[in-house]
Structure formats: C-alpha cells, structure tokens
Design a binder for this molecule. Structure first.
Ligand code: PHE
Length: 475
C-alpha cells in the first residue's frame, strides 16, 4: 500500500484555528444574503424546516466525510481523494469529484466576488453617510436622509449600470482575498479568521438585538417558523438542499483542503458538529436580524436577491441610528464574505501547490487572476451582456444570464453531484477501517453516521436532484 503522495507541508497552529477558519468558510454571503432571500421567496417556515432537515441528515454527515478525506489524504481536493482511494485499493477515477469540487470553488468565487463587491459599495455609501452625520453632530440619524426611497432603491440599478464601479469593487475584493491566501495557512488564512470571526459575531448579535427592539420581531418569527407546506414544491426542496450544501461549504473543495491541515489528534465529530451548528445558527439569526427590519417598514420579504441591497437601506433610513446600523450591517457581511472567499480560493491554490509544485505565491497569483477574469464575465452579465445565454437549451437555465447560470449550475447541479459522489465514496468505497479510525466514532454512533452517509445522503441527494432539475417528472 502506497503512502500518501503530494502531501501538504502546511498546518493549523491549533484546533481552534481550524474551527474558526472552517466556520469562517461556512458563514458567508450564503447565510446573510442567500438564506434570508430563499426563505423569503419560498414561503418561510416550511422552507426553513426542510433546510434544517437537510443540514442534520445530509450536511453534517458530509462535513465529517470531507474533513476525513482531507486529513487522511493530506493534500488538495484531488490529491486527497486520490490518496484515500489508493490506500483503500479502489480506482483513481474517484478523483473526478475532487476535480469537480475545485472547479466549483473556482466558479463560485467568480460570482461571489462580484456580490461581495456590491457589499463593499454599500458599506462605503452607508459609512460615508454615517461619518457625515457624525461630523454634523447627528450620529444617530437615519441613513441617507433627504434621499427619496425610489432614489435609494435606484442605487442598485445605477450600480449595475456602472461597469467601472463594479469592476473596482470586484478588484478590491479579489485583491484582499488574494493578499490573505498568498500569505499562507498560518500567517494568512488563520489570522484573518482569528480577527474577523469574533468581530462578525459581535456585530451579528448587536444588530439582531437592535432589530428586535426597533423592528417587528414577532412578525419575523412567525414568518420564519410558521410552516406552509403548500409552498414546499420540488424546486423549493432542491433550492433548500443546494443552499444547505453551499452554506456549509460542501462539494467545493474547502473542507477537504482545510481538513488536510488538521492535526491527527483533533477529534473530528465535535468539530464537524460545531461547524454545522454555527452555520445554521448564523443563517437563522441572520433571518431574525433582517426580517424584523423588513417588516417594521412594511417591505416585501420575498423581494429576492435585492432584499438586502435594495430594501434594507430604505428601512435603515426610517430607523433610529439607521446610518450607523446600516454601515455596521454591510461591514458584517463583508467580514463574512471574506473568510468564505479565502476558503474558496484556497481550494484551487492548494491544488496548484501540491499537484503542480507551484509556490504558494505563484499559485495564488495565477488562480486569483483567472477567477478575477471569469468574474468580469459575471459582472458584465449584469449589464452589457445581460442577454447572453450560456445554456439556452436547458429549460431551467434558458432565461438565465451568465451570472445566474454559474450560480445556478454550481448550486443546483455541481454541488449536489459532488455531495452524492462523496457519500458513495466514503460510505461504500473507502477502506472501512481507515474511515472508522479517522472519525474516532464507535459503536452505535459510528453505525448511525455510516447509515446517513451510505444510504440517506446519497438517496436523499439523488431524489431531490432529479426532481428539482426535472420538475416535469412529478406532473
Ligand atoms: N459557505 C459560504 C457561504 O455560505 C460559501 C462557500 C461555498 C465557501 C463553498 C466555500 C466553499 O457564503
């Protein structure tokens, strides 16, 4: 039996460094922007319940599976899968899903950075407004006083029409992500998580408490927890599953790659549970932060992707201290986005380092530039390329722009397929002793985890995937 090859030389300095970095990878735009948006569009309660089911039954077992692959394989997503396959005496063909994960990470980061760019823009607008108020002696004024509601909403349309501005923000965000990843696991990724994650949690709690006092908390709770199962159709289920995978950073190289840096004496199951709980907790708290504010000023919770960017600033105008809260709100999203984008970039970068023998500097530079360029295509599709269709022959993507195709195809197709293959690989093909030793689980708990990975996760993912992609089958 050959030992692992192309192994990484880097590692986390402690168990907590890993936990913070992994929670940082998980908590991102997915929690603060996409989850409330999807819950709003899909009727609230029933979606949230189904989402939690996906987290517990599919997400959590897979988090552990991916970290195991990384720690046992000690390489990038492709190299780790290959090493585990070789140690288990099964085909190297399993590296297919390692490849898919790296490609997904690449594609996701290209549009993620564009959205994070909007966040920077709004943080700038709100920050400018707040400091203006501060110097004119009204630090607790509502945001953007004197601007009409239509004008505030129109800011997003103007932003989408402003290519140089979009490009500048995209450049800033990719630049910061690059600067951190280029410094390495210890000096870059881990340090960023160490500062940004605590700051994120403080802001999250503070703004949620603010919203509970100033906003309509009761209506938000009712909206998020009263299930209306008539709204839970197959596409909504597919969206919930895709969102759960995306939000926990599954199927996109991040957890395998981060797992490779974990020391052998770290207990993995409690760590995996912490990631799942933190990620889901933040998604729900983010809903409880945003919806009270949305309802307080009578806005539409189903506004879609523009909810956070177009609706909330209007709400911040009418709320006491709105300019300060608005500013902190976008800073919070920025911190969350950054710790996630780092993990998205690290997947491809570690592949360049381990498989191609590139230096970290070279790999980070090449991948950042390549992703930056694909991101420009996403960015232009908000604008001059809005009519370009990449998959006109596929009904669910026929009307989608480049941005929406990359977002939808990774989330609805690539992540579920990678999750399915991961489950089959760990549940059926990888050496059982090796897997058991890596989990450190025994007896009934191991049996339960194995049942979820080998049976429930693949069947659940496959069913949801097929009916979600081909809703006609149910008709
Ligand atoms: N989980 C991140 C979020 O919710 C996005 C992400 C996906 C990060 C895949 C890494 C890998 O925003």
């Amino acid at each position: 039996m050959a030992g692992p090859t192309h192994v990484t030389t880097e590692g986390w300095s402690s168990r907590w460094a890993f936990i913070l970095a992994a929670i940082g990878a998980a908590v991102g735009l997915g929690n603060v922007w996409r989850f409330p948006t999807l819950a709003g569009e899909n009727g609230g309660g029933a979606f949230v319940l189904f989402y939690i089911g996906c987290v517990v039954l599919i997400g959590l077992p897979l988090i552990l599976s991916e970290i195991i692959i990384g720690r046992a394989g000690r390489s990038d997503a492709v190299g780790s899968v290959r090493n585990v396959a070789e140690q288990s005496g099964v085909s190297r063909g399993w590296t297919t899903f390692g490849w898919m994960e790296i490609i997904s990470a690449f594609l996701i980061l290209s549009f993620y950075s564009v959205v994070a760019g909007w966040v920077i823009y709004y943080a700038g607008v709100m920050g400018g407004d707040f400091f203006g108020n501060l110097f004119s002696g009204a630090p607790f004024a509502g945001a953007l006083q004197g601007e009409e509601a239509e004008a505030i909403q129109g800011r997003m349309t103007s932003l989408f029409g402003n290519i140089p501005l979009l490009l500048a923000m995209h450049t800033v965000f990719m630049g910061v992500t690059y600067a951190i990843v280029a410094r390495g696991v210890h000096d870059g990724i881990e340090k960023a998580a160490l500062y940004l994650m605590p700051a994120f949690f403080v802001l999250l709690i503070a703004i949620t408490i603010y919203g509970a006092f100033v906003g309509n908390f009761g209506q938000a709770v009712a909206f998020m927890f009263t299930p209306d199962f008539s709204k839970l159709d197959a596409p909504a289920m597919n969206a919930a599953l895709g969102q759960a995978l995306f939000s926990m950073s599954l199927g996109s190289a991040a957890l395998i790659t981060y797992g490779a840096y974990v020391s052998k004496d770290t207990k993995l199951p409690p760590t995996a549970a912490m990631i799942a709980v933190a990620d889901t907790g933040v998604a729900i708290i983010a809903g409880l932060m945003i919806f009270p504010i949305v309802f307080a000023v009578g806005l539409d919770p189903a506004a879609g992707p523009t909810l956070v960017f177009q609706s909330l600033p209007v709400a911040f105008q009418q709320m006491p201290g709105g300019s300060l809260i608005g500013f902190l709100f976008f800073v919070l999203i920025f911190f969350a986005a950054l710790t996630s984008s780092i993990s998205l970039l690290e997947g491809p970068v570690s592949w360049g380092i381990n498989e191609l023998g590139w230096s970290r500097f070279k790999s980070a530079t090449i991948f950042s530039l390549a992703i930056f360029i694909v991101g420009i295509a996403c960015l232009l599709s908000l604008n001059v390329w809005s009519d370009v269709r990449l998959l006109p022959f596929w009904s669910i993507f026929a009307e989608s722009s480049i941005f929406d195709v990359i977002d939808g195809f990774t989330g609805k197709v690539m992540l579920p397929v990678a999750a399915f293959l991961t489950a089959i690989f760990i549940g059926w093909r990888a050496d059982k002793k090796l897997v058991a030793a890596e989990t450190g689980l025994e007896g009934g708990l191991f049996a339960l985890w194995r049942f979820l990975v080998a049976w429930l996760a693949p069947i659940g993912v496959a069913v949801i995937l097929v009916f979600g992609l081909f809703p006609g089958l149910l008709a």
